[in-house]
Write a protein that binds this ligand. Structure first.
Ligand code: IMP
Ligand code: MG
Length: 178
């Protein structure tokens, strides 16, 4: 039997162990470290990508600037459409190579809004780094620049990801039990 956790009214079962997540994070950081030239700006998307962002920082061994952005789109286990900006970046990103560190890309609505927002600030480039990606749920044409792991279209929690604010502190990833 798989390990399960109960969050609010739902049960989730173990899906991706912590070590596997860390391998994916290390791999992404290494790839980007090898190719950056100027000091990059990493934008961590709150709240979901906080664990990812901090572990990414541990594995990224060149100078880098970190900033945060926060949009909200999910209520419960389904997306609400247009994401709302709750906190904008504070660093000047004009002329900088920007990498958005996203915990998960689902429909791509949030991503699209983030790209639009950041492009308006005239960075040299904007690239998307998604730890998890749900290709079956994705509705956009924009090709993700870096993907840690592609996963089936099922709701997950843990490692920063929540179900109505619970589950973020789980070290492993759990999947909604059918
Ligand atoms: P999108 O706008 O549909 O791509 O959804 C992106 C945002 O919704 C992510 O940044 C997460 O905050 C949240 N989200 C999407 N899928 C999941 C999931 O499976 N578990 C928890 N949060 C999710
Ligand atoms: Mg997010």
């Amino acid at each position: 039997m798989k390990k399960t956790v109960r969050l609010h009214d739902k049960t989730f079962e173990l899906f991706i162990p912590h070590e596997e997540i860390m391998k994916a994070v290390k791999n992404l950081a290494g790839q980007i470290e090898a190719e950056v030239k100027e000091t990059p700006v990493f934008i961590i998307t709150l709240k979901g990508a906080t664990n990812f962002g901090m572990d990414f920082a541990k594995y990224f061994n060149k100078n880098a600037i970190f900033d945060y952005i926060r949009l909200k789109s999910y209520v419960g286990t389904s997306t609400t459409g247009k994401p709302e900006v709750i906190l904008d970046v504070t660093e000047n990103i004009e002329g900088k190579d920007v990498y958005v560190l996203e915990d998960i890309v689902d429909t791509g609505n949030t991503l699209e809004e983030i790209i639009r927002l950041l492009q308006a600030k005239n960075p040299a480039s904007v690239k998307i780094v998604a730890l998890f990606f749900k290709p079956e749920a994705y509705t956009k044409d924009y090709e993700l620049d870096y993907v840690g792991m592609s996963i089936p279209n099922k709701f997950i929690v843990g490692y920063g990801l929540d179900y109505n604010e619970l589950g973020r502190n789980l070290n492993d990833i759990y999947q909604l039990k059918q």
